[in-house]
Design a protein around this ligand. Structure first.
Ligand SMILES: Nc1ncnc2c1ncn2[C@@H]1O[C@H](COP(=O)(O)OP(=O)(O)OP(=O)(O)O)[C@@H](O)[C@H]1O
Length: 372
């Protein structure tokens, strides 16, 4: 099972520029969390701070008893092995084949024999739907395939925490739906704690168990997905509806006069109806592809959320309780949820299959799948 990541009072500045301050949250073990936020609010900086690549000036990041902010280089090096990091662009070495790129962490950090390395690399390539592409160079494949290769590389050391920086950037909506499904499938298979940084509302609405949002140097919210998805906070409502009316401007923030004028225009346009209400129905969460095991995190989360239910806002409470009584999450392609509309399940295998899209994951046993 994945490891919990506890962030306590974290503040980060570059010189006189405060990126965010006093951020506290816990990524629950084995659950999938998303961090949203407009451009430039410090999502990538947050991700890098978790793994100790950047040093916030205050606060702690506790992983397995190690504080990633203050630990010695030796302890950091050891603890980083628990992490798999998927960079925005895949961060592959252009002159190396996919095989060598994915084998790189194994050759650097382990003493495994080449035969064992080969077995692991091919297994991870298959997990991300890239079986057969091992001899390709990064320049010979699409952006979506490069992202999946980056994910395969993040998996080779069997991480217990996976950090994904904008897995959807540069991808069309169909490829984004595939990567969403892939992330849920991976969580089902390895039960790792996952944090995904993204602007993408479809990913946020359908993939994670928990969602947070950074804005104006603060963590606006972090908690069960239903809390943000039903939130009436103006910044959240604007972000979810993709509207220009609200506190988020072209350069992240707007002045008060511009906001007041926009609110007036919006009131005139809608005749006073609350902006964004139409998008407040919650899309069902994706579930693993049939044949994969159910996500172990689902049951753990249910118990965890039940224990904090009384302290949550009423709309979130209602949505959570409704979710408890419904049949459960859906898969991309089932027709439910914004990402799912019009998509098939995974691409077909065999002749004529789209080489850009992953094949159906290998089935573990015919009796598994679905949710108990
Ligand atoms: N190494 C660095 N040195 C100085 N400033 C930095 C550094 N890294 C990031 N920043 C600044 O920190 C701020 C947050 O950047 P970050 O890339 O984390 O934002 P983001 O929310 O991930 O944005 P986007 O969604 O556009 O990728 C930006 O103003 C950026 O210029």
């Amino acid at each position: 099972m994945g490891i919990e990541v506890a962030v306590e009072g974290l503040s980060m500045s570059f010189g006189r520029q405060t990126v965010w301050e006093d951020v506290s949250l816990t990524l629950p073990a084995g659950e999938v969390s998303v961090m949203l936020g407009p451009s430039g609010t410090g999502k990538t900086v947050f991700l890098k701070s978790l793994i100790g690549l950047l040093k916030p000036e205050r606060g702690r990041v506790m992983v397995n008893g190690v504080d990633m902010v203050h630990a010695s280089e030796r302890r950091l090096y050891e603890t980083r092995k628990l992490f798999g990091l998927m960079f925005q662009d895949g961060a592959l070495f252009g002159s190396m084949s996919l095989f060598d790129n994915i084998a790189f962490p194994l050759r650097e950090h382990t003493k495994k024999k080449e035969s064992e390395i080969g077995r692991i690399v091919l297994e991870k390539l298959e997990m991300v739907g890239l079986a057969g592409a091992e001899t390709k160079l990064p320049g010979e494949i699409s952006g979506g395939m490069r992202k999946r290769a980056g994910l395969a590389r993040a998996l080779v050391l069997d991480p217990q925490i996976i950090l994904c920086d904008e897995p959807d950037s540069g991808l069309d909506p169909v490829r984004t739906a595939y990567i969403s499904q892939l992330l849920i499938d991976l969580n089902a298979q390895i039960d790792a704690t996952m944090l995904i940084v993204t602007h993408n509302i479809d990913i946020a609405a359908t993939v994670p168990d928990n969602i947070g949002m950074l804005f104006r140097r603060n963590l606006v919210t972090f908690g069960p997905r239903e809390v943000l998805l039903t939130s009436e906070e103006p910044v959240v409502a604007q972000f979810l509806s993709g509207s220009r009316a609200g506190p988020i401007g072209m350069s992240e923030e707007k002045d008060a006069a511009t906001m007041a004028l926009e609110q007036l225009q919006e009131l005139e346009r809608t005749g006073g109806e609350a902006e964004g209400e139409a998008v407040r129905s919650i899309a069902p969460q994706l579930e693993p592809t049939p044949g994969l095991p159910p996500r172990a995190a689902v049951q753990r989360r249910r118990e965890r959320v039940r224990s904090i239910l009384p302290g949550l806002p009423p709309p979130a409470r209602q949505a959570i309780l409704a979710g408890f009584t419904e049949a459960g999450p859906v898969r991309a392609g089932s027709g439910a949820g914004p990402t799912a509309v019009g998509l098939g399940a995974y691409a077909p295998e065999g002749p004529g299959a789209d080489p850009e899209l992953p094949p159906l994951p290998r089935r573990r046993s015919s009796g598994e799948g679905g949710r108990s």
